[in-house]
Design a protein around this ligand. Structure first.
Ligand SMILES: Nc1ncnc2c1ncn2[C@@H]1O[C@H](COP(=O)(O)OP(=O)(O)OP(=O)(O)O)[C@@H](O)[C@H]1O
Ligand SMILES: [Mg+2]
Length: 248
């Protein structure tokens, strides 16, 4: 997948870019499957019960459901933070529960995660928060610089690169967490309530960024309570109800 960019392009160049991107990502974009997945936490709480789901490569999917219905649990199963009690969670044809060590790290490198509570490092600037993971993964300084500007531009934070998180609004902090998740151009992006604390304008901005990523070829799964936003986007929706998942 190419480095993200917001530069103005002609329609022809956009079409060419999209077709090149799709050709390039058709072999790499993630596909997700939950097969009869039950997740029971150690305290006996059943977060998911016999849940089934398939998300195709390049798809955008909203997951909705009331608070406590299991939305975050579902995303945690996808990146291996939690293990299923029963059933199989498959990402990119790998059974996530069977992966350990390096193989799990490699899968996680291919997943961008936007956390419900941002998880920014308060003593680091916006640019440092966004590039931290790339540094840890051994990207060269040149490659990190090449990716940083278009990524910050995409989330509208180029002018805030040197600010610290406590100098930003909630919406801006959320967009830093999105920049951090997408700078490595992961084929799968998981966003847990990325608009949970935002006003309608900021929410719409965030969803547009996620849809843009999807148009570049990434598979995007977004949890949300915001029924109005979901209706406005006209994208596929799965609902969590009583621990089970239903595609609408
Ligand atoms: N680590 C845990 N240990 C025990 N129970 C947990 C744990 N994490 C979540 N749960 C329980 O599992 C259920 C699903 O939680 P989850 O966080 O997945 O819900 P959610 O749909 O994301 O809710 P919200 O919309 O409030 O974020 C809840 O009843 C919750 O209390
Ligand atoms: Mg949650």
């Amino acid at each position: 997948m190419p480095v993200l960019t917001t530069e103005v392009k002609t329609e022809k160049s956009v079409a060419r870019h999209n077709s090149e991107t799709q050709q390039h990502t058709s072999n790499t974009a993630a596909k997700v499957q939950l097969q009869s997945v039950t997740k029971t936490y150690t305290n006996g709480c059943h977060a998911l019960l016999n849940a089934n789901l398939e998300v195709k490569k390049g798809e955008f999917l909203f997951i909705t459901g009331p608070s406590g219905s299991g939305k975050s649990t579902l995303l945690k199963l996808l990146y291996g933070q939690e293990l299923p009690t029963q059933g199989e969670v498959i990402v990119d044809e790998c059974n996530v529960a069977a992966l350990r060590g390096d193989r799990l790290s490699l899968l996680r490198r291919r997943i961008g995660i936007v956390f419900q509570d941002y998880k920014l490092i308060t003593q680091r600037t916006v640019a440092e928060n966004v590039t931290f993971v790339l540094q840890a993964q051994g990207y060269t300084r040149k490659e990190i610089q090449r990716r940083l500007e278009p990524t910050l531009k995409l989330v509208g934070l180029l002018n805030k690169a040197d600010c610290f998180p406590d100098q930003l609004s909630g919406g801006e902090q959320q967009r830093v967490s999105i920049a951090r998740a997408i700078i490595s151009t992961p084929p799968l992006l998981l966003a847990d309530e990325p608009t949970g604390n935002l006003d309608p304008d900021n929410s719409w901005q965030v969803i547009q960024i996620l849809q843009k990523l999807n148009s570049f070829g990434a598979t995007v799964i977004v949890t949300t309570h915001d029924e109005q936003l979901v209706r406005r986007c006209n994208q596929p929706v799965a609902q969590v109800r009583n621990g089970q998942l239903f595609r609408k």
